[in-house]
Design a binder for this molecule. Structure first.
Ligand code: HEM
Length: 517
């Protein structure tokens, strides 16, 4: 047999073999195992497959796109697909979810606690803290940190939020009106608040360092997006060789800041415990001791003494709590105040309610009174519906997983839960683009799917800080509204959104504050 014939037979066999293999694996998407259906129904009858930009499935859909284009491309894709859909990316199936039923299925699946691939790119920054860890490590950390969000502790934090809110409005004291950049001032407020509540450290004499932390954090986020949009960098070894050196300086700065906070708190806590011993108080009472301010970081330092966590573990959790605690609430507050400025009638309703419940000198501003501000709560929820701080989260299957809708996801498949899109899905929200806090009044929400509104996620990996966040946001809004009328300085049509670790907006969002008389 001639060599030519042999080659031809070999080539034919290879093509036939690849053709067969392609039924089970998307070969050109780097052998991504395909999603199947339980009863052999066509996949498209449950979830359509999104066409990719190249012949390599969806591998290069984001390649070369900037952070604003990544955001708009995704929006356009969701609009085109119209329902939850499937993609194949770099050897993996990806189920992109925009409906409440599948949010429910995924978030309540006990076997789906591992996070998606994108979280791995956060490891150099957060290592494997509560947000990014999985398995036994996640379970034990969650158990360790849950008591630190207890009601008693939150009521202590309410005092700090109040004091920080006063400091926020004091900046404008003596002025009848002032134009302010929310994008600049709010993150400073939320970073101060998380450092004082969770870390037990006042940033007053570290303000410049706090600003630098935020600048470096923002650079880390840019690097994160450039890695996400270039699949060649998804491989850790390639990234380490060609990409990671650019991150080094930013990482050193943010880790340096958190390390300084930990060192300061260790010293303060040692002094406080010594003082307590002198006063013969039990260290265990530190959680509920009303005289003493409790910081979440103290739990970690005390757990270290019991051998339950080491120094690196403490750093992981401090970085996680600091990032989650400052960035998410700052987005909620920026858009909350922007919405106050844009919807004067709704602002007035909030103001009336605040006037009714909160004394002019704020002496009764506490958890109890804040819980009576029902309309304000609807306002904050509607803000989080339209501008969820965390627009997308994801999970990864550890084994073949059958969903109630009949889809069978292969092991290693990623489920992307698009909170931003869920919150604008017309299936659950009439006139989804309109700002209507009244949607959240009990009579208007009773028939809505429970999983149609998921700003804090749900299930066992829901947001541990959601009560903390609501308390902080409501406190600042109450203090600002009582002192000032908020007027608009931005046209919402000009907003340019970007994809980040959290929801990003290119614009400098400003409002005008006019003193109430
Ligand atoms: C408006 C404010 C906030 C929003 C919208 C928000 C949203 C979320 C969401 C959607 C998740 C799930 C993430 C995922 O599944 O990957 C989450 C998790 C988490 N959040 Fe928040 N969050 C907020 C504020 C906070 C605050 C103030 C803290 C801490 C003080 C915090 C700490 C955490 C932590 C540690 C996790 C990981 C929980 C786990 O996996 O067990 N968050 N948050």
């Amino acid at each position: 047999m001639s060599l030519g014939l042999l080659l031809l037979i070999g080539l034919g066999t290879a093509i036939f073999w690849l053709y067969r293999l392609n039924r089970e694996y998307y070969v050109l998407a780097f052998f991504a195992k395909r999603v199947r259906t339980k009863d052999g129904r066509p996949l498209e009858s449950i979830a359509p497959i999104a066409e990719g930009r190249t012949i390599f499935g969806n591998c290069f859909d984001l390649y070369g796109r900037n952070d604003a284009e990544v955001f708009t491309d995704l929006r356009a894709k969701v609009k085109k697909m119209g329902r939850s859909y499937i993609e194949y990316v770099m050897g993996r199936a990806k189920f992109c979810i925009i409906d409440a039923e599948n949010f429910d299925n995924i978030l309540n699946d006990q076997n789906m606690i591992s996070k998606g691939l994108g979280y791995k790119f956060l490891h150099p920054f957060l290592r494997t803290g509560l947000l990014t860890s999985t398995g036994q490590k996640w379970h034990s950390r969650r158990k360790m940190l849950t008591p630190t969000f207890h009601f008693n502790i939150l009521s202590q934090f309410a005092e700090i939020f109040k004091a920080e809110s006063f400091k926020f409005v004091q900046q404008f004291e003596g002025k009848d009106e002032v134009s302010i950049s929310l994008s600049e001032l709010i993150p400073r407020f939320t970073l101060n608040s998380i450092c004082e509540t969770a870390m037990g450290i006042k940033l007053d004499d570290m303000a410049a360092k706090g600003d630098r932390y935020r600048e470096n954090f923002s650079m880390i986020e840019k690097r994160f997006i450039s890695r996400i949009s270039n699949p060649i960098y998804w491989n850790d070894n390639i990234y380490r060789l060609f990409g990671a050196s650019k991150d080094k300086q930013f990482l050193e700065e943010v880790h340096g800041f958190s390390s300084e906070i930990i060192a300061k708190r260790r010293k303060l806590l040692a002094e406080e415990i010594k003082e307590q011993r002198n006063n013969q108080e039990a260290v265990d009472d530190i959680y509920i001791n009303k005289k003493q301010r409790f910081a979440m970081l103290d739990t970690l330092i005390l757990a270290e003494k019991d051998g339950l966590i080491d120094h690196v573990g403490i750093c992981e959790e401090v970085d996680t709590l600091m990032f989650e605690g400052f960035d998410t609430t700052s987005i909620g507050l920026i858009f909350g105040l922007m919405n106050m400025s844009l919807h004067q009638d709704k602002q007035e309703l909030c103001y009336q309610e605040i006037s009714e419940h909160i004394a002019d000198d704020f002496s009764n501003l506490d958890l109890n009174e804040l819980s009576k501000l029902k309309y304000l709560e609807c306002f904050v929820k509607e803000t989080m519906r339209l501008f969820p701080s965390v627009p997308v989260i994801s999970r990864m299957t550890q084994k073949e997983t059958e969903l109630p809708n009949g889809l069978i996801l292969p092991p290693g498949a990623v489920t992307m839960l698009h909170i931003y899109e869920l919150h604008r899905n017309p299936k659950y929200w009439s006139s989804p683009e309109e700002f209507q806090p009244e949607r959240f009044l009990p009579e208007n929400s009773k028939d809505r799917h429970t999983y149609a509104f998921m700003p804090f996620s749900a299930g066992q990996r829901n947001c541990i800080g959601q009560k903390y966040a609501m308390l902080e946001m409501k406190t600042l809004l109450t203090v600002v509204l009582k002192k000032f009328k908020v007027l608009p300085l931005i046209d919402p049509k000009d907003l340019v959104f970007q994809t980040g670790i959290t929801l990003r907006c290119k614009n400098d969002i400003k409002v005008k504050l006019v003193k109430r008389v």
